[in-house]
Design a binder for this molecule. Structure first.
Ligand code: DON
Length: 595
């Protein structure tokens, strides 16, 4: 008999002796551990509270996502969209009719795409002028920059399928924070000041951002009565209010008064979609991540697998480096850049909304394809990339959270308005910001978006199409147990941040906190031979990379990773020191987890 069974027998015998047979289970509580890594203290508190009152990971995720729409208005949202990766071994529910993939249901892994989609009135050239030139910032700021929001529908659909607590209960914390207010952090105050200045000359139509969020001061209590009313309506009527009801009407009224495109028909037609997640086998793990319309899952699996396939080549180069006094970090950074330029080239060419184009997912992550792709990787010099007009990375903002409950269910969720505070348009009377996700489409082939990434026909604008994303909520499984829950904001750097965090834990054997805080490097094919880093690299590494021909740039912002790691003995939870996140591991008294 194993130790666990023996312990259980003894406990049961003791209980039988003390309580009498019939009431045994009613009195037994089993303490287990849950873990959360959240982007702010309010969402962390609410996630913990929901888990401690018996909610599962999905309940905690829904409640936290609504809280962040109040306390983290730069990225938490009602007017944006996102992706959720789930592992639900302990939530028994019937298969959804829209979840077509029986194989993934058997694995208990699921992926919900609640990405925004282009309005019906959108068209491929909508951001080009008469000379076929991109009109600066039109896809990024103001009324035409928004896709049809997906967040409320996503949270509604995941709640219907997997939650255990009532919808109203889960909205209550957000309603209270909107009504009673919360304290503005220095991060929020700084970002709102920056955004106010940034949009000042970028829209032909006046924007109302300033009257809602323009004058935020550190420590001030921000109350949002209009948002509180909207949340109350959503609590009462569910997603229907947002897509068909009063909130839908407010949204359309204001957008149509200006030059916005979203109509009641667009809102009524919006659905979140259950999709087959990308599942890649790597070093005995199943890496479960985001499929198209995200590029993240494919890219991360490509990076991990190619790294593994080329490990001998890398080891030789590292040995050589040690002999000749070169820094190992230089070799690794260059090696990552070589892998990443191939991955971002695939992204630009093949990826887009799978409801509109065929994305060869299986091929792109197959061992044979990647072996061929990795053949040209050079360890001693830079492979050639084509010169295409570079884009600019400004100050982006998205937000991610990671949750595991005491039963072993996990949620990895990334959602966004795109830029901090989205398009700068607040829906009057409803108090929430609209996204500027249309910029994630390829507005013109070869022209970079705000993150500097390019695309072609696969990611061209079309009515009802979803724009390509880099968001990569990811879960690593081994033998049916969650080993890691990870994700981050950061636009195109999301992919390389998640990749390096996974490598830091699994291969470099770092603790969760070391893994998220470690310096990260990033290369995305274009701008040519540019490596971004954060927070810093040793001088020797910089000099050596420059000698190889790279140019280097400190990226002031490179993600805000929220990581949970299962170390066999205990959970480790870590929030990136680049942000203001809060991570906790805590006991949950869970009568439902009886043996
Ligand atoms: O979906 C995407 O890839 C982008 N809209 C994400 C934006 C983002 O991460 C901004 N963040 N820091």
């Amino acid at each position: 008999m194993n130790l666990f069974k023996l312990q259980r027998l003894i406990m049961t015998a003791l209980l039988l002796a003390s309580t009498g047979f019939s009431s045994v289970w009613a009195n037994v509580h089993y303490a287990h551990y849950a873990a959360v890594a959240m982007p702010d203290k309010y969402s962390a508190q609410v996630a913990k509270q929901i888990l401690q009152q018996g909610g599962n990971a999905v309940d905690a995720a829904v409640a936290s996502a609504f809280v962040l729409a109040v306390t983290y208005p730069e990225a938490g949202n009602l007017g944006g969209g996102g992706f959720m990766t789930l592992y639900t071994p302990k939530i028994v529910v019937p298969n959804s009719p829209t979840d077509k993939d029986a194989e993934n249901n058997a694995l208990n892994v699921h992926f919900l795409d609640y990405r925004e989609q282009a309005p019906l009135a959108a068209s491929q050239d909508m951001y080009l002028d008469d000379n076929n030139q991109v009109i600066p910032y039109k896809s990024l700021v103001g009324y035409q920059a928004s896709g049809v929001p997906g967040t409320v529908m996503g949270l509604w659909q995941v709640h219907q399928r997997f939650a255990s607590l009532a919808w109203q209960t889960l909205l209550q914390p957000a309603i209270e924070l909107a009504q009673n207010g919360f304290e503005v952090s220095s991060q929020l105050a700084d970002r709102s000041q920056w955004f106010k200045r940034w949009i000042a000359d970028k829209s032909s139509t006046p924007l109302n951002f300033e009257s809602y969020f323009g004058g935020l001061k550190v420590g001030q209590v921000l109350k949002q009565p209009e948002l509180a009313k909207t949340l109350k309506r959503i609590a009462k009527q569910g997603a229907e209010d947002f897509y068909l009801g009063e909130t839908a009407k407010m949204m359309v009224k204001q957008l149509q008064k200006h030059d916005g495109l979203i109509t009641l028909q667009d809102l009524a037609g919006y659905q979140a979609k259950w999709r087959k997640p990308v599942v890649g086998e790597w070093l005995g793990y199943q890496v479960v991540s985001a499929p198209p319309p995200s590029s993240g899952g494919i890219a991360i699996v490509q990076l991990l697998k190619m790294k593994q396939q080329l490990v001998d080549k890398l080891d030789k180069a590292l040995l050589q480096a040690r002999k000749s006094g070169l820094s190992e970090t230089t070799i690794k950074t260059h090696f990552y850049a070589e892998l990443e330029k191939r991955v971002y080239a695939d992204r630009a060419h093949f990826l887009g909304d799978p409801d509109f184009i065929d994305v060869p997912v299986d091929k792109l992550i197959s061992d044979e394809y990647l072996r061929e792709r990795g053949q040209g990787v050079l360890l001693d010099e830079i492979s050639e990339s084509e010169l295409i007009k570079p884009g600019k990375i400004e100050l982006p903002e998205t937000t991610h959270f990671s949750i595991v409950d005491a039963q072993g269910n996990a949620v990895s969720n990334t959602y966004t308005l795109n830029m901090p505070f989205g398009s700068g348009v607040v829906i009057e009377g409803a108090g929430f910001l609209m996204n500027d996700e249309m910029d994630d489409f390829s507005t013109k082939p070869g022209v970079a978006n705000v993150f500097g990434v390019v695309g072609g026909q696969a990611n061209a604008i079309a009515p009802r199409k979803r724009m390509l994303s880099s968001m990569s909520p990811t879960i690593l499984l081994k033998d049916g147990q969650v080993q890691m829950v990870v994700g981050t904001p950061g636009g195109s750097t999301i992919i390389t941040s998640v990749f390096q965090t996974i490598v830091n834990v699994v291969e470099e054997r770092m603790s969760a906190q070391q893994a998220v805080d470690a310096p990260r490097v990033h290369h995305q094919l274009l701008p040519k031979d540019l490596i971004a880093y954060n927070p810093d690299l040793p001088d020797q590494v910089k000099q050596e990379l420059e000698l190889m021909g790279y140019s280097l740039k400190k990226n002031n912002y490179m993600g805000d990773v929220q990581l949970l790691v299962n170390t066999d003995k205990a959970w480790q939870a870590a929030s990136d020191n680049r942000g203001e996140g809060v991570a906790w591991v805590f006991e949950v008294d869970t009568p439902t987890s009886r043996p």
